[in-house]
Design a protein around this ligand. Structure first.
Ligand code: ASP
Length: 604
């Protein structure tokens, strides 16, 4: 038999009572986290979102409540009325904020029962958690865990802090529609069929990019929004098909002014975890980041920069290296400090690791008691000694070397640098290192189709210095390859090796925008059919403008210190884009499809 709540009101939360409350009569409500029966006494750990309080029911002083407590199991919902008492000598629990007191129950109400949960909620250490798929199916139970309660509340605080920041800086929050027309940003759109206009489709926003630019044309000057975005991308463990961005845009600004808002916002948000980032973050061009770290989002919590060995090796008659230079490649290395004791097996593993990034092989030098190297036979001891010196390696170190195309050398050594830092525990987890990476390339070359695609998105402005080169590359087909050299006014904010935000100064002149569509291989007709409304808007007095978007999930992952994006979302999807709790995506009623004029090709 369940009890009714009636007029009973809670007086305190389960995380609130302390020694100074001793003697007070209180009412607590929550879930049974644990129950222990000791003859006369039954102890219950009562849990709500604020914490846990131990309540004790005695058969001597509260016989009826004690009898009821017998039928209680984990996750039952109960209310207790009683007096706060000091815990007996030796039974204080320093792990609980309420561990100095307990509540001596006079009356107990069972407000609801609960089925036996399919997994244990509170376990010591995250490695003991039940399988994630099970926890996602019963997300409401998993969300009861204090860690997830903390994460989701931190997320709410972060979003509040972001609103505070932009509101305080004169930005206006403007909502843009979810039912939109496709605005390509590199990923596939989710599309929504229209019933009223059969055969036509809306697209869900990949980001509000064009609309926020139009708010600038409309004269709002400073816009922001906490925007839900949807990208139908191929599956990746750290991606979700829907996610949230802080999206902002401002008019009449240069890049530095946008950086200031990026710094200001993150600095304000990271105060939530008492981290003070510098008022002005270091800046580094994309070219420098790639040269020194092999990455456009370097983790600056450790060194291990890439060293260029090309000068020492040019002119070598070792065929693989000579061929590599012939093809315009380079040879670089990193130094693994104190790792001259890497075994053959470990070096083989690292070689397999770099191969995943396209490297053909990994050569090495170890400066142990003797100098050993996979290149000793082909280059000779004098050259190896010289290479080690140029790499800045000392006795006890290992030098890890990759040759290949510039992009492959950067990708493989950049990843290897992170991998070694992780394996060797080189990262100080209490540190927060931030950086603004600037002057990204405007285009990426797609080797398969031999075309250029927008590295950021098609609305990003080229650098003023590169505008002429850009125009030449577009207008003179023999100079098309120059597109690969054009730099953009695009930038990223990086914290601890994670890209937290990205943005650009936009193209605000219609002829430059038309030229960019042409550079991307779009005919004037196709540009018009996709972006006609935007090209029209650009005709009517567009101010120079720029902005950025920051990933709310990524930011929260830094705030709570998790590597799992699902830990900062209340109802995430799996890595294969399914909601296991609701079992979506699901089939719909045939009549719904009929109304939409859609038929599904069932493949057997
Ligand atoms: N819309 C861009 C993105 O989602 C950000 C920006 O350029 O403001 O990455």
């Amino acid at each position: 038999m369940l009890d009714v709540l009636g007029n009973l009101e809670r007086t305190h939360s389960c995380g609130e009572l302390r020694e100074q409350n001793v003697g007070e009569r209180v009412v607590l409500m929550g879930w049974v986290a644990k129950k222990r029966d000791f003859g006369v006494f039954t102890f219950i750990d009562l849990r709500d979102r604020e914490g846990i309080t131990q309540v004790v029911v005695s058969s001597e002083t509260a016989a009826e409540a004690h009898a009821k407590a017998k039928s209680i199991r984990g996750e039952f919902v109960i209310a207790v009325k009683g007096a706060v008492v000091s815990r007996a000598e030796g039974t204080h629990n320093s792990k609980l904020a309420t561990g100095d007191i307990e509540v001596k129950v006079e009356e107990l109400l069972i407000l609801n029962d609960a089925a036996v949960p399919p997994f244990q909620l509170e376990v010591a250490g995250s490695e003991n958690l039940a399988a994630e798929d099970t926890r996602l199916k019963y997300r409401y139970l998993d969300l009861r865990r204090p860690q997830l309660q903390h994460n989701i509340r931190m997320r709410a605080k972060a979003v509040k802090a972001i609103r505070e920041y932009f509101d305080g800086r004169g930005f206006i929050e403007i909502e843009t529609p979810i039912l939109l027309k496709s605005t390509p940003e590199g990923a596939r759109d989710f599309i929504v069929p229209s019933r009223i206009h059969t055969g036509k489709f809306f697209a869900l926003p990949q980001s509000p990019q064009i609309l926020k630019q139009i708010t600038m044309i409309a004269g709002f000057d400073k816009y922001y929004q906490i925007a839900r975005c949807f990208r139908d991308e191929d599956l990746r463990a750290d991606r979700q098909p829907e996610f949230t961005q802080l999206d902002m845009e401002m008019s009449f600004v240069n890049r530095e002014q946008v950086y200031r808002e990026m710094e200001g916002m993150f600095n304000h948000v990271l105060k939530l975890i008492d981290v003070d980032l510098p008022a002005e973050w270091p800046r580094m061009t994309y070219a420098e980041a790639m040269r020194r770290y092999g990455s456009d989002k370097p983790d600056l919590r450790f060194g291990m920069e890439l060293n260029d060995l090309s000068a020492v090796l040019k002119g070598t008659d070792f065929a693989p290296f000579a061929d590599n230079f012939e093809k315009g490649g380079e040879i670089k290395c990193i130094v693994a400090k104190g790792k001259a004791d890497y075994s053959r097996k470990q070096l083989d593993e690292l070689q397999e690791f770099v191969k995943r990034y396209g490297a053909g092989a990994m050569a090495w030098i170890k400066i142990g008691d003797e100098l050993t190297s996979s290149l000793l036979k082909v280059l000779g001891e004098a050259k190896i000694t010289e290479l080690a010196a140029v790499a800045g390696a000392e006795k006890g170190d290992a030098v890890l070397i990759v040759a290949g195309k510039k992009s492959v050398v950067a990708a493989s050594l950049g990843a290897l640098r992170n991998e070694i830092a992780r394996r060797e525990n080189l990262i100080d987890r209490s540190k927060y290192e931030c950086l603004i990476v600037t002057e990204f390339p405007m285009f990426e070359h797609d080797d398969e189709t031999d075309t250029y695609i927008a590295a950021h998105h098609p609305f990003t402005s080229p650098m003023d210095e590169d505008l002429e080169m850009f125009k030449t590359a577009v207008n003179d087909s023999s100079q098309h390859h120059l597109l690969g050299n054009v730099r953009a006014k695009a930038y990223d904010a990086v914290i601890n090796g994670y890209e937290c935000a990205g943005g650009s100064i936009r193209i605000h002149q219609k002829d430059v925008q038309a030229l960019n569509f042409k550079a991307l291989g779009m005919s004037p007709e196709s540009a018009r059919s996709q972006f006609g409304f935007f090209l029209d808007a650009l005709e009517y007095g567009t101010p120079p403008h720029g902005g950025f978007a920051a990933g709310i999930e990524r930011t929260c992952m830094i705030l709570v210190g998790t590597e799992n994006i699902r830990d900062v979302m209340a109802f995430p999807k799996t890595a294969s884009a399914q909601d296991l709790m609701m079992d979506s995506p699901g089939v719909v009623d045939p009549s719904q499809l009929d109304e939409l004029g859609i038929s599904v090709n069932e493949e057997d």
